[in-house]
Design a protein around this ligand. Structure first.
Ligand SMILES: C[S@@+](CC[C@H](N)C(=O)[O-])C[C@H]1O[C@@H](n2cnc3c(N)ncnc32)[C@H](O)[C@@H]1O
Length: 227
């Protein structure tokens, strides 16, 4: 992966709680944030003595490189949001500027934590569909704004391999959202993917969550391998 190909954009713990319907008992779980990117989920959970490891290919880059890339791409994202206002729900967050401010707070928390987190092995350079973790090492794996979001760039086969791999390393997997980036349409991978995984003995459910910023993006998929 080249840093010029990355558009870093990360959400906060408060976002994750709603995106993934995280409950009190989830806070006691050992969690993998897969494709964690510049989210502050790991930072904020660690501050609350929760156990989280994040993995993402961007963790191969240095803090200053990621900070610079955020600076380059931030105005482009805000501009794109402003040009596509009708595709998003502007309620609590009432403007692209306000959204940008919130995302930047989360990304700054992540940047401030990255070096320490790498030393503590909380941020691991790894990418789907091959993760350097043991079988059932985690209670829960989360994957936000990567699978299904980029359905055009990543094939059905990639999605299947990625989900099977997350189910290998975690007892339960939650993925949010299940709509594509910007179009807001449900990913066309969903139906064939569910059929194939069910056939292979996976349990799958699609559940509504209390989070909708991208219009129609208010559902997550929960998957686990029945052993
Ligand atoms: C939009 S960010 C999502 C960040 C965070 N999960 C959130 O919801 O705020 C998508 C992330 O996917 C990461 N990514 C790209 N290819 C990947 C792969 N093959 N495996 C895991 N992560 C990948 C990118 O580096 C990027 O950080």
């Amino acid at each position: 992966m080249k840093l010029e190909q990355v558009v870093p954009w990360g959400r906060s713990l408060a976002d994750y709680i709603n995106m993934f319907h995280l409950t009190r008992s989830d806070f006691r779980a050992f969690i993998l944030d897969c494709a964690g990117g510049p989210s502050s989920f790991n930072t904020e959970m660690t501050q609350q003595q929760c156990r989280v490891i994040s993995c993402d290919p961007i963790y191969q880059f240095r803090v200053e490189e990621i900070r610079q890339r955020i600076g380059e791409t931030y105005p482009i994202i805000i501009e794109k949001l402003a040009q596509n206002l009708t595709k998003f729900v502007w309620q609590e967050i009432d403007s692209p500027k306000r959204l940008g401010d919130l995302r930047m707070v989360a990304m700054e928390k992540f940047l401030a934590d990255l070096e320490l987190g790498i030393a503590e092995k909380r941020y691991i350079f790894a990418e789907l569909p091959d993760l350097p973790f043991g079988d059932r090492q985690f209670d829960l794996a989360l994957c936000g704004h990567f699978l299904f979001t980029y359905s055009e760039q990543f094939s059905l086969e990639f999605h299947l391999d990625a989900i099977r791999e997350m189910c290998r390393i975690a007892k339960e997997v939650r993925i949010f959202p299940i709509v594509e980036n910007f179009t807001g349409a449900r990913s066309w991978h969903l139906d064939p993917l569910q059929a194939e995984l069910r056939e292979q003995g996976y349990q799958i459910s699609i559940e509504g969550v209390n989070y909708e910023f991208q219009k129609g993006g208010n559902e997550m998929i929960r998957v686990c391998k029945v052993s």
